[in-house]
Design a protein. Structure first.
Ligand code: FMN
Length: 216
């Protein structure tokens, strides 16, 4: 069982998204999986360039993105993956730019423009999306973030298989709120929540990882 996780935060150490991904992968390991964490911001790659090579009638192989960049070997690994976990901070109500680019390159080659719209990915595998964000659960619903999350979740489900969603809200954004503009935040409440609720989010991530890695 090979589980690949993608960190869509530029912050690679100790921050929200990567910490949840570390816990999810620890959960996957506890279920017997081999795991790999890909930091998207270490890679130089673009989103889909709409070349439609993956839709050519004369294409030699299905499900292959023709763009050659740092994401190419990672997409090759995905072909043999048994589960995928994508973690991202919310930027302007959606995934980070690198995560968005990943989703385009990951999914589009497997999307058929055929009547049955069946995925070209050869198996059904478990997937998961982990979002971390500044806003509270109430505000994410009020601002309609959940509609966007459902669209991305639907894209992964259509291409690969069932997709679990983990939402981590009201995250701690700075280690030292005195050093950065932060008037709009209640910093004490932020630290309290980080101490009390974030460990529960980490536990939920661990359990998600174990479920995603469980053989189907
Ligand atoms: C460019 C940028 C845009 C952001 N936009 C939002 C947003 O629209 N909604 C939100 O709730 N948080 C937003 N945030 C906050 C992050 O989503 C949040 O702090 C997240 O947990 C950071 O993840 P990390 O600690 O893994 O980097 C934004 C942060 C940045 C840097």
């Amino acid at each position: 069982m090979n589980v690949i996780a993608f960190n869509g935060s530029p912050r690679k150490e100790k921050w929200n998204t990567v910490t949840l991904l570390d816990h999810a992968l620890a959960g996957a390991v506890s279920a017997g999986a081999d795991t790999r964490l890909v930091h998207l911001y270490d890679l130089n790659f673009s989103g889909c360039i709409s070349c439609f090579s993956c839709k050519k009638i004369s294409r030699k192989e299905d499900g292959v993105c023709a763009v050659q960049d740092d994401l190419t070997p990672v997409l090759d690994l995905v072909r043999n993956a048994d589960a995928l976990i994508v973690g991202t901070p919310v930027y302007y109500g959606a995934e980070s730019a690198a995560t968005r680019a990943l989703i385009e390159r990951l999914c589009f080659p497997y999307n058929r423009y055929a009547k049955d719209r069946k995925s070209l990915f050869p198996r059904r595998i478990n997937t998961a999306l982990i979002y971390t964000m500044n806003v509270s659960n109430d505000i994410l619903l009020e601002w309609g973030y959940d509609r966007h999350f459902s669209i991305t979740r639907g894209a992964l489900e259509k291409c690969f298989g069932p997709c679990e969603l983990l939402l981590c809200t009201d995250t701690l954004q700075y280690g030292d709120y005195d050093k950065y503009e932060s008037e709009m935040f209640d910093r004490d409440a932020k630290f309290r929540r980080h101490a009390e609720v974030f460990p529960q989010d980490c536990r939920r991530a661990f359990e998600l990882g174990a479920r995603v890695a469980a053989s189907r």
